[in-house]
Design a protein around this ligand. Structure first.
Ligand code: F6R
Ligand code: MG
Ligand code: MG
Length: 365
């Protein structure tokens, strides 16, 4: 059977006011391109959304992951949108298109990518996540919970297909290395790594019973690919659900706890991750708090059925309330850690200049 590929490719190519929201005209520009690709058969189906100032192209096709044609399609779509953004003098127009010419795939050029290829099951349920004002490490705790924490995913204990556990592909983004770790046996080793959210990231998860792909997260760090720190990499992820994967409710359950992530104002703060509907994915307060949306689809012969806006539900109201209380509390720390990030993780800093200016006034104590 032919395998279908689900590709989520995202970029921030402009927004207004400031970094709040990518306007509909940018979505329309991408839609025009993707409709053409649908007509000529390059892609099978698509849905475009935006999470805050980021545009997300959700596409199904039969070209496999890292397809030059699909990546070029995304690149061209973002360029069309960036042109409109520049003309309208939107904020940060074209900011994630770091290179002038396309060179094979979008990795290293600014956009983020989460792609997986699989044989469609009789009913193929997936959840597409998109976040704004945070980085890919925001997924580490929830993905760990979905695939390794029996207090969150009951299936790990009581579903025969999940009971053998999962394999986590973890990337060391400083040394550009990766490792596969099996849970439950290597849970403590896995946590020893991913507890360091500034260095280790979960890239993929596989089901151990048959090595099926279960989840993929975009981990393209803008900081590294641009050669200098240009911004946090607002991430996307895809998780397959049901029939031996976590149920939709198990995929969403970790977000009932608004954990603290890096990002928020000027990419230099910590704040709670607010689970929101597509409608509410427009960060305002202190440019945040960091937001996460979740769209559910079924894939049927390569066609996307949906989306279902999964956080648009009263059962996440308590998480949102808690997140907003945490936001109030953290904000009162102002420029102090732990609200402010450590010097190495900050996107903005004046410390080198301040130190230089004060250099001569420092005396031995
Ligand atoms: C964070 C973010 C915003 C901006 C902030 C300042 O990811 O995008 O919080 O960092 O609005 O933006 P500039 O420096 O463009 O005025
Ligand atoms: Mg932005
Ligand atoms: Mg963004």
């Amino acid at each position: 059977m032919t395998k279908v590929t689900l590709s989520i490719i995202k970029a921030d190519v402009g927004s207004y006011p400031g970094h709040v929201e990518a306007p509909p005209e940018l979505i329309e520009a991408c839609e025009k391109r993707l409709r053409g690709a649908l007509e000529n058969g390059l892609i099978n189906d698509f849905y475009i959304t935006r999470c805050g100032d980021d545009l997300e192209l959700i596409m199904t096709h039969y070209n496999g992951v890292d397809s030059k044609e699909i990546h070029k399609l995304a690149w061209d779509s973002f360029n069309d949108a960036a042109k409109i953004a520049k003309k309208a003098k939107l904020y940060g127009a074209g900011q994630d298109l770091l290179k002038n010419a396309f060179s094979g795939n979008v990795r290293g050029m600014g956009p983020g990518v989460a792609e997986m290829e699989f044989e469609e099951r009789p009913a193929e349920s997936v959840v597409v996540f998109a976040a704004d004002k945070t980085d890919p490490a925001a997924f580490s705790l929830p993905i760990y919970r979905m695939f390794s924490d029996p207090f969150s995913s009951a299936g790990l204990v009581i579903d025969k297909k999940m009971h053998q556990g999962f394999t986590f592909e973890v990337h060391d983004i400083k040394d550009h290395k990766k490792i596969l770790l099996n849970t439950p046996e290597e849970t403590y080793d896995l946590l020893a790594l991913i507890g360091n959210t500034a260095r280790y990231l979960i890239k993929r998860v596989y089901r151990r019973s048959d090595n099926e792909i279960a989840a993929v997260i975009s981990t393209e760090k803008l900081s590294r690919i641009a050669g200098k720190y240009v911004g946090k990499d607002d991430p996307v992820a895809v998780v397959r659900g049901q029939s031996g994967f976590p149920a939709i409710g198990e995929i969403l359950e970790p977000f009932a706890f608004p954990h603290i992530v890096a990002g928020w104002m000027r990419g230099s703060h910590r704040g709670p991750l607010l689970p929101v509907s597509e409608m509410d994915a427009r960060p305002t307060r202190f440019d945040g708090p960091p937001r996460m949306m979740a769209l559910g689809f079924n894939i049927s012969d390569g066609v996307l059925i949906g989306p279902k806006d999964l956080f648009d539900d009263i059962s996440f109201d308590n998480a949102r309330r808690k997140a907003l209380d945490i936001a109030d509390y953290l904000r009162r720390h102002g420029p102090f850690e732990p609200h402010r990030l450590s010097e190495e993780e900050m996107e903005y800093t004046t410390l080198p200049e301040v130190l230089k200016k004060l250099e001569k006034r420092f005396k031995k104590e």
